[in-house]
Each structure stands twice: as structure tokens, then as C-alpha cells.
Design a protein around this ligand. Structure first.
Ligand code: 2AM
Ligand code: CA
Length: 265
């Protein structure tokens, strides 16, 4: 049986505890390694925090599976049963260089449905949290549903395209047109926080072409709770089990972005 409230309470407690540990050691010297490329960073803290979550989950919920970034999880290729999708530090480059604007992202999916989403802005001590059907919150404040209408030329767009350009998965000229159409652009460096900002309504749309499930899973739940739409860049729903190009935003503008500016085959 899946007792959502029990799982939520424990998950929330663990996220806050992990965040406190990161915050209190933020100025300690870091051991930094690189992964897929010289700019893809991982520290001992990413690993320690993921190990902390994995050991808590395995002792309290031995039947649950874990899909996570740093190797303490399971091989997960479909979302049957209960799956915890975890990024111990989302925005590791910010963690290392800026010591702010990174997050813990933790989502719980049950039989393929996103039930719980937690995105913790560790240094700001702001917890974005949602349970499906109960709205999204920033600490104790319930976030408003998105406004009824939104046009692209009144929107702030978040985008992370720097790693896709060499692969030519999008038409650079089209992205340029999109950037010229919107009111402004932003890049924050933590996909999970970028979803939290969408849910908060302070930005309106987001494109990012190589996100992993652990970067998106919690944020998508938050964003759906306020009426946001998330799709793959080919217009299909996200599967949340593999790396996927993402377009998220107000429902009035997502399809326009996909159709006019970036539809991928
Ligand atoms: P990370 O910090 O957990 O690696 C930065 O814009 C966002 O993209 C972060 O959520 C970051 O997650 C992710 N990211 C960083 N490097 C990446 C890469 N090489 N491929 C895909 N996503 C990446
Ligand atoms: Ca990470």
C-alpha cells in the first residue's frame, strides 16, 4: 500500500535535514570531479547527500525503487510501483562556483503518476512542495494558479541551450527568433529551481534540451499543480525515465513555441 502522507512527511523531513547539512558546510573545501565533460561537475557532497537519501529510503521503504543521478539508485526503465526520483544537488556548478541557487530535487511517482514534488532552495531555505491535487506551496505560502491568459511577447523565457548547439538538435536561427519575440530571457543554472520559478509565476516558459528525469521530476509536479504544461520538444508527453528535450510553460504558449520555433523530429 502507498501511504502518500507518510511518504511525504518523511521525504520532506529528509530533504530539510540534507539541506541543513549542505548549508552548514558550504564553505568547506570541495573535492570536485568531472563527469560527461569538463563542465559537468560532481562533488563529494552530491554523492554523500544521495547516499543519505538512498539509505533512508531503503530502510523505511524496501519495496520502493530509486532513480537518481550519482549511482546509489536502481536501474529504472519504467515507473511501475513507487519510484523516488532524486537529484541530491541540482545546479552543481552553482554549488561550486556561486554557493547559492542550487537545490535538492526529490519526486515520488506511484504507478507512473507524480504524487509528491519537493524542490529545496538550500541557501535561501525555501522549500517548494506539492502533492498531486493539493496545490503547490513555497514554504507555507500557497502558490496561485497561472493567469488565464499569457502571450509570448509578454513572457520571460528561461533557456539552457549551450550544450545542444554543437549537436545541432535545434535550428539556432529559430531560437534566435524566439529570443527576439519574448520579453526577456533568464538562465538560473538549476533546472529544478527553474521549474519552481515557473510554478511561482515569476517566469513564463522554459526550454532545455538535455534534461534528465532527476532534473525535472519534482518540478514538473509543482508546475502541474498551478496549471502549467510540460511536453517534450516533439510535442509528446515526458516519459520521465530518460534524458528528454523539454518545453514547459503557460498552456497558451507551449504549443506555439513547439510549432513555430523548435519542433524536433
Ligand atoms: P546538475 O547540476 O544536476 O548537473 C543547468 O542548466 C541544469 O542542467 C542543471 O539542472 C544541471 O543539473 C543540468 N546539467 C548540467 N550539465 C548538464 C549536461 N551536460 N547535460 C544535461 N544537463 C546538464
Ligand atoms: Ca545533480
Amino acid at each position: 500500500m502507498f501511504d502518500r502522507n507518510e511518504v511525504y512527511q518523511l521525504a520532506r523531513q529528509w530533504v530539510v535535514e540534507a539541506g541543513e547539512r549542505i548549508r552548514s558546510s558550504i564553505d568547506n573545501p570541495r573535492e570536485i570531479e568531472t563527469k560527461s565533460n569538463p563542465n559537468d561537475l560532481v562533488t563529494e557532497m552530491d554523492k554523500k547527500v544521495e547516499e543519505f537519501f538512498a539509505s533512508k529510503i531503503r530502510s523505511c521503504f524496501p519495496g520502493h525503487r530509486i532513480l537518481s543521478e550519482e549511482g546509489f539508485g536502481d536501474q529504472v526503465s519504467e515507473l511501475t510501483g513507487t519510484v523516488w526520483i532524486i537529484d541530491p544537488i541540482d545546479g552543481t556548478m552553482n554549488f561550486v562556483h556561486q554557493k547559492r541557487t542550487f537545490s535538492i530535487s526529490l519526486a515520488i511517482y506511484h504507478e507512473g503518476i507524480g504524487e509528491i514534488g519537493l524542490v529545496y532552495d538550500v541557501m535561501a531555505d525555501q522549500l517548494y512542495h506539492a502533492q498531486r491535487g493539493k496545490g503547490a506551496y513555497k514554504n507555507d505560502q500557497k502558490l496561485d494558479r497561472l493567469p488565464k491568459e499569457k502571450s509570448l511577447n509578454q513572457s520571460i523565457l528561461m533557456l539552457n541551450t549551450w550544450w545542444c548547439t554543437p549537436n545541432h538538435i535545434v535550428d539556432d536561427e529559430k531560437v534566435r527568433e524566439l529570443v527576439q519575440t519574448v520579453r526577456g530571457t533568464r538562465t538560473y543554472g538549476s533546472a529544478a529551481l527553474e521549474f519552481a520559478y515557473l510554478a511561482e509565476g515569476i517566469v513564463d516558459c522554459y526550454i532545455s534540451f538535455q534534461l534528465h528525469p532527476w532534473d525535472m521530476a519534482a518540478g514538473v509536479i509543482l508546475y502541474h499543480e498551478v496549471g502549467g504544461l510540460t511536453l517534450q520538444a516533439n510535442g509528446q508527453p515526458l516519459t520521465m525515465v530518460k534524458q528528454e528535450p523539454l518545453v514547459a510553460g503557460h498552456p497558451m504558449i507551449v504549443e506555439e513555441i513547439i510549432d513555430r520555433y523548435i519542433r524536433l523530429k
